[in-house]
Design a protein around this ligand. Structure first.
Ligand code: SF4
Length: 295
């Protein structure tokens, strides 16, 4: 029985998900909204702002005219906006706002023209110059419901395979390049977060994960919560979602690190590369892993 299973596994074609497909920040299932700016009008904008439970959607006006805004850092993906206005709000398939600075999470549209007003200073810091070919990550739960942790754990499975591009989770902040913080920071955890940050060696890179990490989420007003991670320690980049999908996490981390995993890196782990390796290794080999940094 076990022998049959092993033989069938070895004979089945090996397949590795191309890295460029994973890095597209697949937001399917996250229920994060995608706004079609040209379909917005003032009435619809008012309606959306009224139903959003976290006030992630809001409207206002300034010298540039009337605007509608969506703060992905406050969005919990409840889906109410897409249900209430399917003509103007769709569930996002891909989400670009992963691994950006806080301003990059806020998307704004001009209600008179429907045009999107580009977020300012949305680029994450360039860290590829500081870090070598590997990055050590310490994950810190500052008070989360563990939804984000479940998705982070999925990064280490064979499908997402975070380690293929040299990223590892480590047990101590003293060994980490990057602190991945989830949850609204509870007042009980605030000092622990500060001490963990103090123990982190330079460049002390911090990424806030999830609506709670980005803004405090639905717990922001709680007296037991200090707020989003940036209320306690400096944050370099944000990955929104409630929780973010593993692909959003992967894309966000890659955006922060700006590792050169574009066409070249993706090619190295493409199906063709795997096929060629299988041929070299001989029939029946399990040549399904390819490290894009190994050559
Ligand atoms: S999906 Fe996000 S933006 Fe839409 S109503 Fe819910 S919290 Fe607000």
């Amino acid at each position: 029985m076990m022998g049959d299973l092993l033989l069938r596994t070895l004979r089945s074609p090996s397949r590795l998900v191309p890295l460029d497909a994973l890095l597209r920040a697949n937001a399917g299932g996250s229920r994060m909204p995608q706004v079609l700016g040209r379909r917005l009008n003032a009435d619809l904008a008012d309606r959306l702002a009224a139903i959003c439970p976290t006030e992630a959607m809001r409207r206002g006006s300034d010298s540039g005219g009337r605007w509608f805004e969506l703060d992905y850092g406050e969005c919990i993906g409840c889906g109410r906006c897409a249900a209430a206005a399917p003509e103007a709000v769709l569930p996002a398939v891909h989400l670009e706002a992963c691994g950006v600075r806080r301003e990059g999470l806020v998307h704004r549209w001009n209600l008179d023209t429907g045009a999107e007003i580009p977020p300012q200073a949305a680029e994450p810091p360039r860290l590829d110059r500081w870090l070598g070919r590997a990055v050590n990550i310490r994950q810190l739960d500052a008070g989360s419901c563990n939804g984000c942790e479940a998705e982070i754990a999925a990064l280490t499975n064979p499908y997402y395979d975070l380690e293929r591009w040299g990223a590892h989770f480590v047990a101590s902040p003293k060994h980490a390049d990057l602190l991945l913080v989830t949850g609204p920071v509870t007042r009980n955890m605030a000092e622990a977060v500060r001490q963990t940050y103090a123990a982190l060696p330079a460049p002390k890179l911090v990424v806030a994960v999830g609506a709670c990490g980005c803004s405090g989420g639905v717990f922001a007003a709680s007296p037991a919560v200090a707020g989003g991670v940036d209320q306690v320690i400096p944050v370099d980049a944000y990955i929104p979602g409630c929780p973010p999908t593993p692909a959003m996490l992967l894309a966000g981390l890659a955006a922060v690190l700006r590792r050169r995993l574009g066409r070249r890196g993706a090619d190295r782990v493409s199906a063709e590369a795997v096929k060629a390796r299988s041929a070299t290794a001989g029939a029946g080999s399990v040549a399904s892993r390819a490290n894009p940094q190994s050559s």
